[in-house]
Design a protein around this ligand. Structure first.
Ligand code: NAG
Ligand code: NAG
Ligand code: NAG
Ligand code: NAG
Length: 829
């Protein structure tokens, strides 16, 4: 090989190693927080326009949950989205999710300590503009997040049970933290009636008379379309709305991937052939469901389940012949003849016993210094017994929801609480699970573990569809919950441990203003994860299962009105901690070092029962990054990787003007992202709170993390060669000078407080690029970013251009004129 050739290859290699994953801004939709006077849209900073978002890629709708409305944003013009519907809510909607034909959200009670409500709706319909409530039911107090399980038939709700002073009486109320397991079922009686009276009970059914298909038998007693509120019927000139498998108006109708389904004639679906199929029978007993997540095998004796590669949640239903076959997630379900042998991950219900051993409160004692509280023998079989050992039924209270009769659903709500652990707080598996509140505000009832636990975010377990994983943010732990009907309950607790900062850079100083990282602090932080996401790493050597955590941090503060100090707080500035360990230098109390950093006063005590006993070690709140935990064979967790200081340093390098900026301000008219710079240094820093795990390439998975404060998106890549995540870049729409209020009225905001991230894969986008949808909670924005790979130098050039064009739009008169024209054009739409 010639010298030049070698050189060229070397240059190519150098170039490709410089390429990094980043984002490119495409469009932002500003969501009104309210509508005043004559339906005029009102945009306000941090007024709950967007608390959460769910995206339905098949119908191209985003559903935005806010304090006053749930709003539907139409993304069929992908970079020119449009709000097409608003639904008033009785109180603030905190989270929203979409699955199959259902959209569901949770609202708080009138007071935060009151029970909340789960709302289950069908999907908004583009052509009829109809949107129907299917069921409503009570959940626990302060519901904060929801997630679908079990093929869209189970909804898990995390109810924080936040404590508060009652504004009326001034008394302190501390509700239980709970998990609601909500099951949405088809009403069997209704199904029977529908069989006898085809079409009745389904007001949207439109099919039936196809003159081209003499064999069409819509009234076939096996036909099940009546259970699908979005089903729109046959391929007939009498039904002008029907458009087949690719019908954008009927996203639940999917038949197209089913090799046996032959369908109708439609110009929009070249593969759809039904009108010419003399055998099409509507209720065809050979129909196999394809990739329709709402498909119910029901009474079809030929259905085999194993042929639904696109529906990993499918569980076989009531089919006695189903054998699990090709579905690695299948867990036996209701099938009495199931034999388990074909399922490599099937575990027969043995959940093992979470790890014990070591002193969880003392970091570094034996084993892994990064993971106090675990270690020991993960397979230890059961000191203290397992309250929910599989095989023993549980008996948590179950209530009924209220369902609209015409859709034929039934809703049950089982509420799992943690009260049975209150007398067993010495259980080894509870080591390291924090109870920050000391009980001082309520003389009548002492603090309890169950009230201290605050369920926060929910994820699926990477291989066990019968388990939900729920973060307990203030408690510095996650809990795994068994969802199996009749066996609901806690499967295991896992403390997520402390992060040692000795080897990482930390800017926790309040002065001088600006960037001042130091290393060598011999202190720890509580990770306190909020968002969590499962991840399966498939390498040449097999699969490993992980949980990513966004280590947001949370202080616990109760009482105290506007401007008053709280009546309880677990946080104090470092300079106020007394009896510190000898190994911490005295000058750490300087504001140039840690002096104003919010520290925990309840963790690291020499004697945990005595607040004046002095400290063995000290902790602040939040990891200012993300972590990755490995699921051990028994489902317990062990720390595998931590992002260290990479996000904070990435912000300081790429967006120094918003380094440790604080997004919270009581005065959005006077403060903006730049003037708030450095104010979060003594609080939660780069406050990592949202996650999206995105498979962008055959070999590459990206982990996106939204960090409040600087309001950046951090990007890490994981390759399937088995190596740990690699930091790629941080991205933020270019920061522009101005107050939050000004930036909002100029629509120059960026996404402030990126509290929700949604990956939209290329298969669901018009230009076949991968996208990330970012919701800015305080800015009330939904932004679409293209995911791309480019050299670091190109990225920096692009960011510079974005910044100068943003600033010039703000300054130049012609640009303002242009934006007025754009505004006028937008208004026309
Ligand atoms: C810091 O890094 C050194 C060298 O890798 C290591 O020996 C030490 O244990 C680390 N300290 C902490 C607290 O992680
Ligand atoms: C604080 O003391 C340590 C040694 O005890 C020293 O390395 C450090 O520079 C001091 N910091 C300041 C701001 O004086
Ligand atoms: C986990 O299970 C696999 C397969 O049964 C076994 O080879 C491995 O040793 C187990 N690992 C641990 C940590 O027990
Ligand atoms: C694995 O892939 C990553 C990213 O492509 C690379 O940085 C790393 O060196 C690879 N590791 C090994 C052991 O091949």
């Amino acid at each position: 090989m010639g010298f030049l050739k070698v050189l060229a290859i070397l240059v190519l290699c150098a170039h490709s190693t410089l390429a990094i994953w980043t984002l490119k801004y495409m469009a932002t939709k500003y969501i009104p927080s309210d509508y005043i006077n004559n339906n005029e849209r009102q945009y306000q900073y941090d007024q709950g326009a967007a608390n959460s978002v769910a995206y339905d890629p098949t119908a191209s709708y985003a559903y935005v949950a806010g304090n006053k409305f749930v709003q539907v944003v139409d993304y069929s013009r992908f970079i020119a989205p449009n709000i097409v519907h608003k639904e008033k809510t009785a109180s603030q909607a905190t989270d929203i999710a979409h699955c199959g034909y259902i959209v569901a959200w949770v609202t708080r009670g009138a007071k935060i300590t009151d029970p909340g409500t789960l709302h289950v709706w069908d999907k908004y319909r583009r052509n009829t503009k109809r949107w129907n409530n299917i069921c409503t039911g009570p959940v626990g107090s302060d519901p904060i997040s929801i997630k679908f399980f079990d093929n869209c038939q189970t909804i898990v709700v995390a109810n924080k049970g936040s404590a508060a002073l009652d504004p009326g009486t001034g008394s302190f109320i501390d509700p239980e933290g709970t998990i609601s397991i909500v099951r949405i079922k088809k009403n069997r009686q209704q199904m029977q009636q529908q069989r006898q009276q085809p079409g009745r009970g389904n007001p949207n059914f439109q099919g039936g008379n196809n003159p081209n298909n003499p064999n069409f038998q819509g009234g076939n007693p096996n036909f099940q379309g009546g259970n699908n509120p979005n089903f729109q019927g046959g391929n007939t000139p009498n039904n002008p709305n029907f458009q087949g498998g690719n019908n954008p108006n009927n996203p639940n109708f999917q038949g197209g991937n089913n090799p046996n389904f032959q369908g109708g004639n439609t110009p929009n679906n070249p593969n759809f052939q039904g009108g010419n199929n003399p055998n099409f029978q509507g209720g065809n007993p050979n129909f196999q469901g394809g990739n329709n997540p709402t498909f119910q095998p029901g009474n079809n004796p030929n259905f085999q389940g194993g042929n639904t590669p696109n529906n990993p949640n499918f569980q076989g239903g009531n089919n006695p012949n189903f054998q699990g076959g090709n579905n690695p997630n299948f867990q036996g379900g209701n099938n009495p003849t199931f034999q388990g042998g074909n399922n490599p991950t099937f575990q027969g219900g043995n959940q093992g016993f979470p790890g014990a051993g070591g002193n969880p409160n003392f970091p570094g004692a034996g084993g892994n210094p990064n993971f106090p509280g675990a270690g020991g023998n993960p397979n230890f079989p059961g000191a203290g017994g397992r309250p929910n050992f599989p095989g023993r039924r549980t008996n948590f209270p179950t209530t009924q929801g209220t369902c609209a009769t015409q859709f034929g659903h039934r809703m049950t709500i089982t509420t799992v609480d943690f009260r049975s652990y209150n007398t067993r707080t010495n259980m080894p598996s509870l080591y390291g699970v924090r109870m920050p509140y000391d009980g001082s505000l309520n003389a009548n009832s002492p603090r309890t573990l169950s009230k201290s636990l605050e369920p926060s975010s929910i994820s699926e377990h990477p291989s066990r569809p019968d388990l939900a994983v729920v973060s307990l943010t203030p408690n510095n732990a996650v809990v795994q919950i068994t969802l199996t009907e009749g066996y609901e309950g806690v499967s295991s607790f896992s403390a997520v441990g402390l992060k040692p900062w000795y080897n990482y850079s930390l800017d926790a100083s309040s002065t001088p203003a600006g960037i001042s990282f130091n290393r060598g602090y011999n202190i720890y932080s509580l990770r306190q994860p909020s968002a969590i996401e499962p991840f399966v790493m498939r390498t040449r050597w097999g699969t490993e299962q992980f949980l990513f955590t966004a280590d947001e941090g949370a202080t616990t503060k109760y009482g105290g009105g506007q401007g008053d100090p709280p009546r309880f707080s677990d946080a104090v500035p470092y300079s106020r901690l007394r009896q510190l360990p000898q190994y911490l230098p005295a000058n750490y109390s300087s504001p140039r070092e840690l002096g104003q950093l919010e520290m925990s006063r309840v963790d690291g005590l020499r004697n945990p029962a005595n607040p004046n006993s002095g400290y063995d070690y000290v902790n602040f709140f939040g990891g200012r990054g993300i972590s990755m935990f490995r699921f051990l064979n028994d489902s317990n967790l062990a720390l595998a990787w931590d992002s260290q200081d990479q996000i904070a340093r990435g912000v300081a390098e790429t967006f120094p003007m918003v380094h440790n900026s604080r997004s919270f301000t009581p005065d959005a008219q006077s403060h903006g992202p730049k003037s708030q710079r450095d104010l979060a240094s003594t609080q939660l820093g780069a406050q990592c709170k949202s996650l999206a795990v995105a498979n962008v390439d055959r070999d590459t998975t990206l982990v996106f993390v939204g960090a409040d404060g600087p309001s950046v998106i951090g990007i890490f890549s994981v390759s399937s060669n088995g190596s740990f995540p690699n930091f790629e870049s941080v991205y933020r729409k270019s920061p522009v000078p101005g107050t939050f209020s000004q930036l909002l009225s100029q629509k120059q905001m960026g996404d402030i407080d990126p509290a929700k991230l949604v990956f939209i894969p290329r298969s669901a986008t018009p230009d076949k690029f991968n996208y990330l949808l970012v919701m800015g909670k305080k800015s009330g924005t939904l932004s679409m970013y293209r995911i791309l790979r480019e050299s670091r130098r190109n990225m920096l050039n692009r960011l510079r251009k974005e910044a100068s064009s943003a600033t010039s739009v703000k300054r130049s008169v012609s640009a303002i004129l242009f934006s007025l024209i754009v505004a006028a054009v937008t208004y026309l739409f």
